[in-house]
Design a protein around this ligand. Structure first.
Ligand code: AMP
Length: 417
């Protein structure tokens, strides 16, 4: 028989990591729901056109998209990110603004798999549609910072930039094109190709031969309109007032074409160079209009779950949640006592597990150990006859015998609930 393994760039998330993932999303939900964000669950695939609006010079669209024709002849794509879906949903449902939503779930990009880079990867994120106010930009960023704090991460740095309005961005792109074209022989082969598509992305090049030209390139700061520059100053003041540390990096362009004005990126200082970016976001004031809606400003961020957990591992924080099994029932008299006791405990709100197949006492005790339960309940022949059970504290092995009728109350006392 052929056997199968996961496709390149995908993984099974098993225990205890799967519980950690859920906990991650729960902590995120707690942070953003307490700031007024509502959950949205967009579909995992959409009309290809939705994602084409993200930008036809954006790699995740041009090179990395899982797009295909479905059996009905529609061109669809697995979502490479969720901001475009949220904007499409906004245009479709026309909710009252400001519209504040959060999401969590997988995205798909045909990337070269490596540590911290997958073809199916998870993000959590927020989006706010309908607000221009620079105070919101600072608040959105501060929510990500608060989330990292709740995870226990300390080595996270924040880079901030403004890409200006679309006119500023176009003027800047033209200035960059002129600069790089004048020195095109000194550029790496890859950057020459990038230059053709999108001169801003040349600034992202990490190739050593490109460094001198990038260092000498025109600066975004000199191409901001007065309005965009004032907005950027206001965002920085609001961040300072909120006590959020940041560094302005006017080479920060980020991968998606739709960003306007504020852009930002979170980098883990605990991770190896190849995948230090753990989250990022920015304004995308033109995207809703691109998708056929009214002119509507938007801002948001997406944080990479897979990579953020790698950062947590590197810092030794945000451990997997403890087992939910409080009690393991060891039944040496056929199994029906375990059935009854588990049902009683679960109904009383405790986590209870057991063994099957009339395993030996020794094997059941091993299972009890593995389960992570704090207490084992043991029923042997003597206990069954006496209508009792043994309660054993797993940590120190101390045992006591109690009547069946007192089991739940005693467990409650032992677990301090
Ligand atoms: P982006 O949607 O490209 O702005 O990415 C936001 C965050 O998602 C990044 O900072 C990464 O942490 C994460 N991310 C993006 N692409 C991948 C990938 N292929 N594998 C794992 N994480 C990713």
């Amino acid at each position: 028989m052929p056997t199968f393994a996961t496709s390149p760039g995908t993984r099974d998330i098993l225990a205890p990591d799967a519980a950690r993932w859920r906990h991650f999303q729960q902590v995120f939900a707690d942070v953003v729901e307490s700031a007024g964000f509502a959950h949205i669950i967009p579909p995992m695939f959409e009309d290809l056109g939705v994602f084409l609006r993200v930008g036809e010079t954006t790699e995740i669209v041009t090179k990395e998209m899982y797009d295909f024709e479905d059996k009905g002849g529609r061109r669809v794509a697995l979502r490479p990110e969720q901001t475009a879906s949220v904007c499409r949903a906004f245009v479709e449902h026309r909710p009252v603004v400001p519209w504040k939503v959060w999401y969590a779930g997988p995205n798909f990009r045909y990337e070269k798999p490596q540590q911290g880079r997958y073809r199916q990867f998870d993000q959590v994120g927020i989006e706010v549609l309908g607000v221009d106010d620079p105070q919101l930009d600072a608040e959105v960023i501060a929510l990500a910072v608060e989330f990292y704090r709740r995870l226990g991460l300390q080595g996270v740095s924040l880079s901030l930039n403004s890409l200006g309005d679309s006119g500023d961005r176009d003027r800047y792109a033209a200035a960059l094109r002129t600069h790089f074209q004048a020195n095109v022989d000194a550029l790496s082969e890859e950057s020459r190709v990038t230059l053709e598509r999108n001169p801003l992305r040349v600034l992202d090049s990490k190739r050593r031969e490109d460094a001198p030209l990038i260092a000498a390139a025109p600066r975004m700061a000199n191409h901001l309109s007065d309005a965009a520059a004032a907005h950027f100053v206001a965002v920085q003041s609001a961040l300072l007032a909120a006590g959020v540390k940041f560094a302005v990096d006017d080479r920060l362009v980020r991968g998606l074409d739709y960003y306007r004005r504020t852009t930002f990126e979170f980098v883990s200082t605990s991770l190896a160079a190849a995948h230090t970016a753990i989250g990022g976001g920015g304004r995308y004031d033109g995207l809703v209009a691109e998708l056929g809606g009214p002119d509507t400003p938007g801002i948001g961020f997406a944080l990479g779950l897979d990579r953020t957990l790698l950062a947590c591992d590197a810092e030794g924080v945000f451990a997997s949640p403890a087992s939910r099994v409080d009690v393991f029932v060891v039944d040496a008299v056929g199994g029906s006592a375990a059935t009854a006791i588990c049902a009683e405990l679960r109904a009383a709100g405790f986590g209870a597990d057991r063994a099957y197949d009339e395993k030996s006492m020794k094997s059941q005790m091993k299972s009890a150990d593995r389960s992570g339960a704090k207490v084992a309940i043991i029923v042997g022949e003597d206990e069954r006859t006496a209508g009792a059970a043994i309660l054993r504290t797993m940590e120190d092995g101390l045992q006591q015998t109690v009547q069946r009728g007192d089991l739940v109350a005693t467990v409650r006392r032992m677990l301090g609930r």
